[in-house]
Ligand binder design. Sequence first.
Ligand SMILES: *Cc1c(COP(=O)(O)O)cnc(C)c1O
Length: 392
Amino acid sequence: MPRVGFSEAAALGRVIARGQLLRYAQGDKGYTPRFEAELAKMLDVRHVLAVNSGTNALITALAAAGVGPGDEVLVPAYTWVSTAIAPLAVGAVPVLVNVDESLTMDPIELERQITPYTKAILPVHMLNVVCDMDAIMAVARRHGLLVVEDACQAIGVSYKGRRVGTIGDAGAFSFNHYKNITAGEGGAVLTNVDRIHGRALMFHDPGNFIRGLEASTEPYFSHSNMRVSELTGAVLYAQLKKLDPLLRRLKRRHAMMAEAFEGASGCRLSPHNDPENAVGMTVLFDSAGDAEAFGQNRGVERLIETDRHVFTNWDAILSKRSFHPRMNPYQWANREIEYRIEDYDRTLDILRRTCRVALGAQFPMPVMRMRRSVLKNALSTRVPAPRPLAAE
Ligand SMILES: *Cc1c(COP(=O)(O)O)cnc(C)c1O
C-alpha cells in the first residue's frame, strides 16, 4: 500500500477547515464525488460508488444486481471470508469452488458446480493475481449468470488491457488498511449498468429519497447506511494519485524477482492468467515440505499458513450460523448446501505448495535485489524433499 503522508493530510485539512464532513455537502465538488469520477475515468467504467467497506461493496453489488433468497452464488474456496459472507447478507448462499494453480477460481470446476438455482459468480482476484476472466465470462454467458468481481485486493490491476472490477456486471474494491490504496476502511462498487448503479445508490443510503434520486428508474426501496464520509473521500482522492505509480513499481519488481526462480528445480512461478501484466507473485512447489521451508525466508509466506484466507477456518460459514435462526439463508435455499472439506482437497493441496513472494514496493530496488539473491541461494542450496513414490 502507498504511504499516507502530506497529500492526505492536506486534503483532510481542507475538509476540516470547511467543516462539512458529509459526502454530499459540496455537491460535485467534494472529494468523494471527485474521487468517484476520477476512478471511473481511470478504470474506464461508467459508474463508481464509494461505500464504507469492501464487504459492503460486495453486498451492495449483489443486492443491486438482483441476487436474493433462494439463489446460489459461486465463490472460491481461497479468499477472505467476506466474499462468502456477502451472498448470505442478501439472503443467498455461497457455494465453494476449488481454485486452480493460479490461485483463482477454476473455470472448469466452476461450471460443474452450477445448479438450476445458481444466480451469480463471485470470482476473486487474490493477491493482485487476476482470474481467468475470459473463461469465467464465457461460462456466465452460457448459463445466463451474473458476474460480480471481488477485486478488493487488486484495484488498478489489468487483465488483458482492461482493469479488473470492470469486466463483469459489477465489481467491488476495498480500501481497508491492507489494500492497494487505503483510507483505513472503505470500499467502492463499480458497474457499467445504469440500473445496477441506481439500485446501489438506493441500497447504500437510507436518505437517498431526499437527495433527488439519480436512481429514479425504479420505485424507491431502502436498506442500510453504507455511505463514506468526506474524510474518507479526501484520503482516497489523495491515495488515487499513488495507485498507478505503485502498480508500475510492482511490475518492475515482479520482472526482477522472477529471475530468482529461473532454472530452479522443484518449483516454478504459479501459472498466471495475464503473465505480461503480473503485479502479484506466487511460487508453486512440487512438495509441501519445500514450500514450508521456503516460507521461512523474509518476505515469503506459505499460503496455507495465512489461515484466515482458507475456507476451513470460516467457522460461521461451515456451521451455517446466522444472527437469527429465522433470518438464516440456508433455510431459504432450494437444496441442502454442504461444505465437505474433502471436496476441496485440491485447493488445500495447492495452498500447501504455494508461497507468496512480497514484491516490496515500499523498498528501493537494491534492497529487493539483495532479497532476490537470498531467495535464489535458498533454492539452490536446499536439499530437495524426496518425492513420494506412489501416485498421490
Ligand atoms: C479485504 C477483502 C474484502 C473485504 O474488504 P473490507 O474492506 O475489509 O470489508 C473482500 N474480499 C477480499 C478478497 C478482500 O481481500
